[in-house]
Design a protein around this ligand. Structure first.
Ligand SMILES: C[C@H](O)[C@H](O)[C@H]1CNC2=NC(N)=NC(=O)C2=N1
Length: 95
């Protein structure tokens, strides 16, 4: 999978609502009502990552979960990153 160009990234960012771009990385933080809820979310993320074979960095700090997404193999952002973000939108975060 090849690196997306700046133009291609700019075209995909509006669909990645709530995500921030930091260079070669897309990041988003959620705060859950409890540690247990945070871990449930992480478990859902891990199942999705295994299914797609694309793995976000997962940072857990009590009730806060931050995901960082990048394609390390190519040192940039690829379609796989945006595809993972769109899959992640199906995970409930408000229960
Ligand atoms: C061979 C295999 O597809 C690669 O090692 C994959 C696995 N999952 C990956 N996930 C992420 N986020 N970045 C990668 O570069 C990556 N590489």
């Amino acid at each position: 999978m090849s690196k997306l160009t700046e133009t291609e990234i700019a075209a995909r960012l509006p669909a990645a609502k709530g995500w921030e771009r930091h260079g070669d990385m897309l990041t988003r933080t959620w705060q859950f009502p409890s540690f247990r809820r945070a871990i449930e979310f992480v478990n859902n993320v891990s199942a999705l990552a295994e299914k797609s074979g694309h793995y976000p960095e997962i940072h857990i700090q009590f009730r806060d979960v931050r995901l960082e997404i990048s394609t390390h193999d190519v040192g940039g952002l690829t379609e796989r990153d945006f595809s993972l973000i769109s899959d992640l939108a199906a995970i409930p975060t408000d229960r």
